[in-house]
Design a protein around this ligand. Structure first.
Ligand SMILES: NC(=[NH2+])NCCC[C@H](N)C(=O)O
Ligand SMILES: [Mn+2]
Ligand SMILES: [Mn+2]
Length: 307
């Protein structure tokens, strides 16, 4: 099983990019996510799994209290567009230089920058999206105006053009996007998602077929005809029992072990070319449990094992 020089996942140069951004969630705290995940021993775990770790630190993000919220259905649009542009470039540069981008959020709006950078390099990107939510709103359908509910719609070319700037006109093929763990959608979002061509493995499918089979199907879809696979992991995919530190929790989620199993299976197949971990909010957390979980899940996806 441990074929790659004794390690499960082939050795990588993992390039960590922290994005302390909470504009997309319109609530404070998730900007401290990158620190919480690092503090939980991330570097050490990745080194143990055989990787070289280069941490670029955090991208500069101005604090929301110094900004005014414009009354629109795209809260903090300008700030998010600016950070996305810088993040997209950093991610693009990492993959160009053969490094493995590991992006630490921050709220899920940062996926706009991450995926925007990836599609400039990969012609046909597969995306695995772990989330309690669909994040498939646009400014037309969003009930909150919070941009962290919009990154998947943005990635397939829907919604406000300003959000799509980082994509340079190349979008992700919805047929290559697979959701895992979804259990709450806004009404119009659900309707749009049904017609989207994405695959949604909601909690129902996980209960019914088990995580092992769901992941086998998910991995088939995202690897077939693609030249890269990105994992976008919203920590609220995991049940709030195990991940209390997140801003939009929803019960009935993945157990801690189901989440680990999914990522261990991904490590075994070694298909990921990039990953992001988002929505860890230390203010809402209990003694950094959620930060710990996030670090452990990242380590699992990168081949960390106890034996
Ligand atoms: N990345 C997240 N946690 N997204 C939550 C989105 C919640 C809700 N669907 C909205 O659009 O406002
Ligand atoms: Mn979510
Ligand atoms: Mn999300």
């Amino acid at each position: 099983m441990h074929g790659k020089g004794g390690f499960l996942v082939g050795p990588k140069t993992v390039r960590i990019i922290g994005v302390p951004l909470d504009y997309g969630a319109d609530r404070r705290g998730v900007d401290m996510g990158p620190s919480a995940i690092r503090y939980a021993g991330l570097h050490e775990k990745l080194r143990q799994a055989g990787h070289q770790v280069v941490d670029l630190g955090n991208l500069p993000v101005p604090v929301p209290e110094s900004r005014e919220v414009a009354q629109t259905n795209l809260k903090y649009l300008d700030e998010i567009v600016k950070v996305s542009r810088v993040l997209a470039r950093a991610v693009e540069k990492a993959v160009e230089e053969d490094a493995y981008p590991l992006v630490l959020g921050g709220d899920h709006s940062i996926a706009i920058g991450t995926i925007g950078g990836l599609v400039r390099h990969f012609q046909n990107l597969g995306v695995l999206w772990f989330d309690a939510h669909g994040d498939y709103n646009t400014d037309q359908t969003s009930p909150s105006g919070n941009i962290h509910g919009m990154p998947v719609a943005t990635a397939v070319g829907l919604g406000h053009p300003a959000l799509q700037a980082s994509f340079h006109g190349r979008f992700v093929n919805p047929a290559k996007i697979v959701y895992v763990g979804v259990r709450t959608l806004d009404p119009e979002e659900a309707q749009a998602l049904r017609q989207s061509g994405t695959t949604v493995f909601s909690m129902h499918e996980i209960d019914r077929y088990g995580m092992r089979d769901v992941m086998a199907k998910a991995m088939d879809i995202v690897t077939d005809g693609t030249d890269g696979v990105h994992l976008s992991f919203d920590i609220d995919a995991v049940d709030p029992l195990y991940a209390p530190g997140s801003g939009t929790p929803f019960s009935g989620g993945l157990t801690e072990r189901e989440a680990h199993l999914a990522l261990e299976l991904l490590a075994e197949s070694d298909i990921l070319s990039s990953m992001e971990m988002v929505e860890v909010n230390p203010i809402l957390d209990e003694h950094n449990r959620t930060g710990q979980l996030a670090a452990n899940l990242i380590a699992s996806a990168l081949g960390h094992r106890i034996i």
